[in-house]
Design a protein around this ligand. Structure first.
Ligand SMILES: [Zn+2]
Length: 396
């Protein structure tokens, strides 16, 4: 059992590697310098078949040539710093104070990413697991379009995991699901007229106001799930269009953020809004927002912004294996919960149907915040838990 522990020296190497990761900026679509550093560390740690795929994901393997596959999945990109002056610790400084390592992406999720590589390294050093293999998948562009990079890896690059562990921050809890989300664009139509004679027109702002009020009522009546909680709906943007300030607006655009709980689908969510439009006599078009961006390798990524919800049963062998692995290091049974945000699991579990769980260092509430930090002891422990998970699944 003690074989799967990092030595003091290895822990120091892991922290130094994490500091490098934080010091290399990696906004979405500009992950190349970070990808090169990850690749270099994979080589140093002795992973095999290391490569960069067509969208820019970096992958490396440990274990046998065949048998079942556990994927450790983490994203290399971060959000950007909106106000550097608000940071007490320099966002790319990677300063360590006590057990805390500060910096952009320390929590979300360079801590988990570094732990994945060292978890795989522990397996390589000990010649485990007994059968099967582990693929470390460091993916791109999670922040703007979670799931796109994992879809490329699985559908286009032919990496077919039997299980996926997502190393996003969970504060060392086991997560077994998340709500889904949809981003919707609504165009409300009116009819232009001179503002001095409004009765000749049809004010798109008034129509949009009726719709917004109807959506606020709808938001209180959405589906519910005992584990994931209720679906939610929020109008997050509104913009009117008129030919001048003394003209009746003929168009008003809304953006709706819709979080889908278990059992809620895209079709249901759209039908609910269509019913509100009919009841309020609003003429409007509604469509799912689209995202496209070219990766640093030149891959033209495209995604409709629909991310399904997913839950894996608490008694599933992957969940029970992760609970055993975590308990062996934490010395207590880890709490089991779900993510409030969306992850690559929207694809791996929600679309591809691959059993997926989450476990990672860092408090999810600190993701995307000023002075983001991660506990370095937790990063090291997470690496050991990932290695132990492979043994729980594929034998010691
Ligand atoms: Zn993240």
């Amino acid at each position: 059992m003690t074989k799967l522990r990092l030595t003091r020296d290895e822990r120091a190497q892991l922290v130094a590697f994490l500091q490098d990761l934080v010091r290399i900026p990696s906004p979405s679509t500009q992950e190349e310098p970070l990808a090169k550093r990850v690749l270099q560390e994979m080589e140093r740690l002795g992973l095999r078949d290391i490569r960069t795929d067509r969208i820019g994901n970096v992958i490396g393997w440990v274990g046998r040539e065949d048998g079942p596959i556990l994927m450790l999945n983490g994203h290399m990109d971060t959000v950007t710093v909106s106000n550097p002056a608000a940071w007490r610790h320099e966002p790319f400084g990677a300063v360590v104070e006590g057990r805390r390592l500060y910096g952009l992406g320390a929590c979300d999720m360079k801590g988990g990413l570094a732990a994945m590589l060292y978890g795989a390294y522990l397996l390589r050093r000990t010649g485990l697991p007994a059968r099967g293999r582990v693929v470390v998948a460091c993916v791109v562009q999670e922040e703007p379009c979670e799931g796109l990079a994992s879809r490329v890896l699985i559908e286009e690059e032919g990496v077919r995991p039997d299980w996926v562990l997502i190393a996003e921050p969970t504060d060392m809890a086991v997560t077994r699901g998340q709500r889904g989300r949809m981003e919707l664009e609504v165009t409300v139509h009116g009819r232009a007229a001179h503002a001095s004679r409004p009765a000749l027109g049809e004010n798109a702002i008034y129509a949009a106001a009726r719709l917004v009020f109807g959506l606020e009522l709808l938001a209180g009546q959405l589906g519910d799930d005992p584990f994931l909680g209720p679906g939610t709906l929020a109008v997050t943007e509104i913009r009117s269009h008129a030919s001048s300030r003394n003209a009746i607006p003929d168009r008003c655009d809304l953006v709706v953020d819709r979080r889908l709980t278990l059992g809620e689908t895209e079709a249901m969510a759209l039908a609910e809004i269509h019913r509100v439009m009919a009841r309020e006599a609003v003429r409007a078009d509604i469509r799912v927002a689209e995202f496209s961006a070219t990766s640093y390798t030149g891959y033209p990524g495209y995604i409709r912004k629909v991310y399904p919800s997913w839950v894996i049963d608490e008694t599933h062998p992957l969940v029970t294996a992760l609970v055993r692995a975590a308990r062996s290091r934490l010395r207590h049974r880890p709490p089991i919960g779900h993510w409030a945000f969306s992850t690559e699991g929207a694809y791996t579990a929600g679309i591809a149907g691959i059993p997926t769980v989450g476990f990672g260092p860092g408090d999810p509430d600190r993701a995307h915040t000023v002075d983001e930090w991660v506990d370095i002891d937790d990063v090291c422990t997470a690496a050991e838990v990932y290695a132990q998970l492979a043994v729980e699944l594929m034998g010691g």
